[in-house]
Write a protein that binds this ligand. Structure first.
Ligand code: FES
Length: 104
C-alpha cells in the first residue's frame, strides 16, 4: 500500500508500505529514515513516534497503554496516535499522517 508521511518541515513523503511484514508506522518511518525515534522499540512507552492522522481512515482503537502515553505527550490533538501502534494493513491504503514535533 502507499501511505504518506508529512515531515516536520511540511514535506510529504509517499512511502511503499508492506502489509505482510507485521510492520507499524514507526518502523516504516525509520526504514525510510524519517526522523522518528521509536526510543522504546514500539512498546507504547515513549511517545517519540507521536503522529497525527490526517486522513479519515478507521484505525484500531488505542490501547490503554497508548492512551496513557498520549496523556503524557506534548502537543496532543484529537487525531494524535502513536505510530508504533498503527499496524500496516491493506485497509490503510492512502493513509496520511503528520509527524508531531519532537518533545525536546
Ligand atoms: Fe515508543 Fe511508539 S516507539 S511509543
Amino acid at each position: 500500500i502507499k501511505v504518506t508521511v508529512i515531515d516536520r518541515n511540511g514535506q510529504a513523503h509517499e512511502l511503499d508500505a508492506p502489509t505482510d511484514m507485521n510492520m507499524n508506522m514507526m518502523e516504516l518511518c525509520k526504514a525510510y529514515e524519517l526522523p522518528v525515534e521509536g526510543t522504546c522499540g514500539g512498546m507504547a512507552l515513549c511517545a517519540s513516534c507521536h503522529m497525527y492522522i490526517e486522513s479519515d481512515h478507521e484505525l484500531n482503537e488505542p490501547s490503554d497503554d497508548e492512551e496513557d502515553m498520549l496523556d503524557q505527550a506534548f502537543f496532543v490533538e484529537d487525531n494524535s496516535r502513536l505510530g508504533c501502534q498503527i499496524h500496516l494493513r491493506p485497509e490503510l491504503e492512502g493513509l496520511v499522517v503528520r509527524l508531531a514535533a519532537a518533545d525536546d
